[in-house]
Design a protein around this ligand. Structure first.
Ligand code: SF4
Ligand code: SF4
Length: 75
């Protein structure tokens, strides 16, 4: 689970993030030529879409509180 933020002004519609997401969290709006975050609950926060975007128009904000093992319990 993550919040995926798309800056539609910075986005150039290159489709890279859409192709990068291997679990189909991101769908494509063909008319607007912009990504749609269709299934944010299924996002595994791999960050691949964000690092693939040359225009820095998409940002992944993981919801760490939803993880089974909160970070503070791992040490
Ligand atoms: S990779 Fe970036 S510029 Fe390309 S469609 Fe996705 S958000 Fe837009
Ligand atoms: S962070 Fe990974 S799983 Fe989530 S939308 Fe981006 S590419 Fe898909």
């Amino acid at each position: 689970m993550a919040n995926i933020i798309v800056n539609r002004e910075l986005c150039t519609g290159c489709k890279t993030c859409f192709k990068a997401c291997f679990i189909d969290v991101i769908k494509w709006d063909a008319e607007a030529k912009r990504p749609i975050v269709a299934y944010p609950d299924e996002c595994v926060a791999c960050n691949f879409c964000e690092i693939s975007c040359k225009d820095r128009a998409i940002k992944v904000v993981p919801e760490y509180s939803r993880y089974l093992f909160p970070r503070e319990n791992l040490v």
